[in-house]
Design a protein around this ligand. Structure first.
Ligand code: ZN
Length: 126
């Protein structure tokens, strides 16, 4: 879903832009997070039989699994591919975006390296 955003810079200037909003449904996040956590535990248990590797893999793989599971579970929505004109340098840029909690996002212009604040300008009801 494409949503309008407002991009601000530290000088107070702002420019409109558009971004892609990806929403992850809780019914899909749950099983995916569980699969990652269990997968990490199983992979860690299996690595116990591999010489030398087991020193690290037995705890690192379950830890990685839990970390990835937590990431999937906590990412309810993402705001990505933020296309705008940088209010600092007036160049057309695309910001990568990422995990979106609903408020403001901190980004950086890839061209002039200025800090940018990205905010959704309209909120549709789901
Ligand atoms: Zn810029």
């Amino acid at each position: 879903m494409s949503v309008p955003v407002l991009v601000r810079t530290d000088t107070g200037k702002s420019k409109p832009g558009t971004a892609t909003l990806i929403e992850h449904d809780v019914s899909k996040r749950g099983p995916k997070a569980a699969a990652l956590a269990i997968g990490g535990l199983v992979a860690g248990a299996c690595s116990a039989f591999i010489p030398v590797v087991h020193f690290v893999a037995t705890w690192a793989l379950p830890l990685l699994g839990f970390f990835l599971a937590w990431r999937v579970w906590s990412t309810a929505s993402e705001l990505v591919r933020i296309g705008t004109t940088c209010p600092g340098c007036d160049k057309t840029v695309e910001l990568p975006g990422g995990q979106y909690g609903g408020g403001r996002m901190e980004e950086q212009c890839p061209d002039c390296m200025r800090p940018l604040t990205v905010e959704r300008t309209s909120k549709e009801s789901d």
